[in-house]
Design a protein around this ligand. Sequence first.
Ligand code: FE2
Ligand code: FE2
Length: 290
Amino acid sequence: MIKLDRRDFIASLGGAAAVASMTHEAKADALEDALAGGMQGAKSTPMAQPTPGVPEGTFPTAQQVKAAITTRPYRRGAGVLFESKLLANIYSPPPPDTVPMLTPMPPRAGLKDFIRLRFQWSVDHCLQSAANAQRNGMDEEIQFACLIHDHPQNLMRVDHGHWGGQLYQPYVSERVHFAVKHHAALRFFPDEKVGYTYPDLYRSMFGHDYVPPAHVQAEYEMVKKHKYYSAARAVTVNDLYAFDPNKKIPADAFDHLIDKHWRDPKEGLGYDDSTAAHLWRSLSYPDTPL
Ligand SMILES: [Fe+2]
Ligand SMILES: [Fe+2]
C-alpha cells in the first residue's frame, strides 16, 4: 500500500506557514500533483518543487521559471517512463539516479496490460479521477475519459492532452478523444459556473504572470464553442479534486469501462499500423536507443 507522507508533503510546499496561506484550490492541486506522482508526496515531483531563488510561499515570475531550466538534469516535459526521478516514486527501494528495469510487454498487449506494466505512475490518480466522476454522476464515457486522461504523461508530459489525443484516437469514441485531447488546455482557463478556478499550482509551475501561448488560447476559443466542451471540461473538474491519500481503489474497479469504451486491436497496441502504433511501441520498449 502506497502512503502519502504528511510531513514530507507539507515540507515540500514550503512548510506549515506556507500551506496555511494557500487557498483550498492550491492545496487540492498540490495534493493532486503529489498523488499523481506516485502517491508519495510532492517533494519528488518536479512540478511542485520550488523555483530556485523564489522565497517560500510566494509565486515565481514566468521569467524565474524559465531561468530555472538550466538548474535541472532533466526537462520538465519529458515522459515519466524516460525520467528516473518520477519513476522512483513507485519502486521500493527507489533507484536513486537510475531508471528501473521494465517488464517486457506480453504478445498482443492491450490497454489493461499497458496500465499494469507502463502506467504505474499515473494509475492511482486516474482511478481516483474516474471514481470522482462516477460519484458526481458523470456518464460512463466521462468516467472512462477520466480513467485514461493522464496516462499519456508516461510518454510525454509537455502538451500531454494532445499526445493523449493521438495515442487514443483509433480506439475510443470521438467524444472521449476530444475530452482527453483538450482537458490539459482547459486547465489554464477558469469556468466558475462549474466550479473551476485557476489553480495556484499553475502559478507555481508556470509563474504568476504566465500567459498561455496564442495556440493554447486559440484552442480554448475553439473548445468552448464545441459540442463536446462539457466533456473536456468535466475531465478538468473531476481531475482537480481527484485525491484522497487514504483511499486505494482496486486496479480493476473500472475494467468494465475499458471493456465497453475501448477497442484493443487484434494485433496488439503498437502493431496495428494505426496512426498511434509508433507511440505504443515507444511505450513498449523505451530503452531502445534508436
Ligand atoms: Fe492532465
Ligand atoms: Fe489529472
